[in-house]
Design a protein around this ligand. Structure first.
Ligand code: SF4
Ligand code: SF4
Length: 82
């Protein structure tokens, strides 16, 4: 009985952990529609948008999925990753 309960808890933990990791990995991306205006860079609260070789990119590991970049983009190039 105890073994069954422990196994059930472990499965529940794994389920919640997998969901957590999936949500954590959500990020915004900048698509090819970007016109390199730079408006999004200063809006990002965690400063994870950088200009690299003349193109703006989002550091996926640091993005907190707030959507501020999408709110200021004039050409709708910053989008939630699908
Ligand atoms: S969604 Fe928020 S945290 Fe992520 S890149 Fe855009 S402004 Fe930065
Ligand atoms: S605001 Fe939009 S068009 Fe301007 S640099 Fe950011 S993603 Fe590109």
């Amino acid at each position: 009985m105890i073994k069954y309960v422990i196994q059930l808890k472990a499965e529940q933990f794994l389920f919640y952990y997998m969901n957590y990791m999936e949500e954590k990995n959500m990020a915004y991306v900048i698509t090819d529609d970007c016109i390199n205006c730079g408006a999004c860079e200063s809006e990002c609260p965690v400063e994870c948008i950088k200009e690299v070789d003349g193109k703006y990119v989002i550091g996926k590991e640091d993005c907190i999925d707030c959507g501020a970049c999408a709110g200021v983009c004039p050409v709708d190039a910053a989008k939630a990753e699908e």
